[in-house]
Ligand binder design. Sequence first.
Ligand code: OAD
Length: 240
Amino acid sequence: MDVPRIVILTGAGISAESGVPTFRGPDGLWEGHRIEDVATPEAFARDPVLVQRFYDARRARLAQVEPNPAHRALGQLDAAWPGELLIVTQNVDDLHERGGARRLVHMHGELRSAWCLACGARHRWDGPLSGDPACPACGARGRMRPDVVWFGEMPYHMDRIYAALARSDLFVAIGTSGHVYPAAGFVEEARAAGAHCLELNLEPSLVSGRFHETRTGPAGTLVPAFVAELLERFRLAQAS
Ligand code: OAD
């Protein structure tokens, strides 16, 4: 039996039960800020102090949050699945890694990475970027920015992601609202490849109608159940 090839897309909803706020709350604000004021290159050029402080606070909060059962279930799937698997996250937290995921790409970058605009080097970064720390590679001060993808910038790893979607048999989107492209369009790529498309979300997303199946509920419940079901189905198929 050919082992199904899987692509999993995750968004802010998978980290909600860990205590990381999602982007589009009922007030339309992201932790009190308009997205355009903190998540665009223009915002950084206009008010770098505000933007650095905003991301410093989010980076600091990572030390206080833990992966939840949804992250851990995907870590177990990664360890157990004998075929191709790619977990694509839009999240900039590190909860997937801490939940055991290895075949993982961060398409919108990572809070725990700093990018030096002077020399282009990227560094693992756990502390603040406010206060103009020196780049460990070139020594330049005041040139490091959060290594996250802002609106208007190109997401990372797109060639690898599209290649995986083009040969996928199963596509699963978890905890993402379908507001932001290109991620919201991945379901179309997967459909074109003939993949079964499953959405796991608290409520139907904006692109829910493009999935073959939508299950609504909290990720911390839905994802472990889905992973157990997938591994059991695979075990039975192999046994038969
Ligand atoms: P959103 O905040 O837009 O959407 C989160 C989704 O998760 C919503 O559909 C919620 O209903 C759902 N949700 C909330 N709690 C949940 C739970 N416990 N279990 C399951 N689902 C839950 O976040 P994203 O779709 O990830 O981009 O946002 C996409 C991108 O927009 C982000 O990566 C970021 C943002 O602006 C950049 O910064 C470039």
